[in-house]
Ligand binder design. Structure first.
Ligand code: GAR
Length: 196
């Protein structure tokens, strides 16, 4: 998993993967920030964690190549990103195409980027939510694997809305990763193809 911060989605995937029939194992955590709280989540679960600071690399692709090397050394099959606040190079997105997942706290394609919940409040939408998608080169876009919606309630702030959505993130990310690990959804010709 690639993270930059808190690691609550990391924790939810670690918990889900404890089930004996769960088809994936969380085998490596990489953070671009050395002070990411999620590194403690990994440590507490006994999962190897590495810090690869992006500022040590002269280009986006050089940083991505360092991540790629760490993933290959650990024989990683799938990469799940959660709160990893770096945009990938086209090279990385292509290299890991179909094996690269992300969670975003909105109903994409609405509200990509940052200040997502404030964007939703400013737009006056009655519902928001979260999306797990395959990563393609463009920021916060790519074929959807799973989504969940929540109501936007009168008096909501960015914080209250974020908290309501986070509960759903912790449900759909384990489900989405399971589908991908079991090849029940694959990326084909730029689309998510679901197999029953
Ligand atoms: C999550 O809400 C995730 O959806 C969001 O960052 C948070 C990370 O929390 N990701 C993005 O905004 C990506 N564009 P976590 O570190 O507790 O999993």
């Amino acid at each position: 998993m690639l993270i930059s911060g808190r690691g609550s989605n990391l924790q939810s995937l670690i918990d889900a993967a404890k089930a004996p029939d769960y088809p994936a194992e969380i085998a490596l955590v990489i953070s671009n920030k050395e002070n990411a709280a999620g590194l403690c989540v990994a440590q507490n679960a006994g999962i190897p964690a590495r810090v690869i600071p992006h500022q040590n690399y002269e280009s986006r692709e050089a940083f991505d190549r360092a991540i790629d090397m760490a993933l290959r050394e650990a024989k990683i099959d799938l990469v799940a990103e959660a709160g990893f606040m770096r945009i990938h190079s086209e090279w990385f997105a292509k290299t890991w195409e179909g094996k690269l997942l992300n969670i975003h706290p909105s109903l994409l394609p609405l509200f990509p980027g940052i200040r997502v919940h404030q964007q939703a409040l400013d737009a006056g939408v009655k519902e928001s939510g979260c999306t797990v998608h395959f990563i393609v080169h463009e920021l916060d876009s790519g074929p959807t694997i799973a989504q969940a919606a929540v109501p936007v309630l009168p008096g909501d702030t960015a914080e209250t809305l974020a908290a309501r959505i986070l509960v759903e993130e912790h449900k759909i990310y384990p489900q989405a990763l399971k589908l991908v690990a079991e090849k029940k959804v694959v990326l084909k010709d730029g689309k998510s193809v679901f197999r029953t």
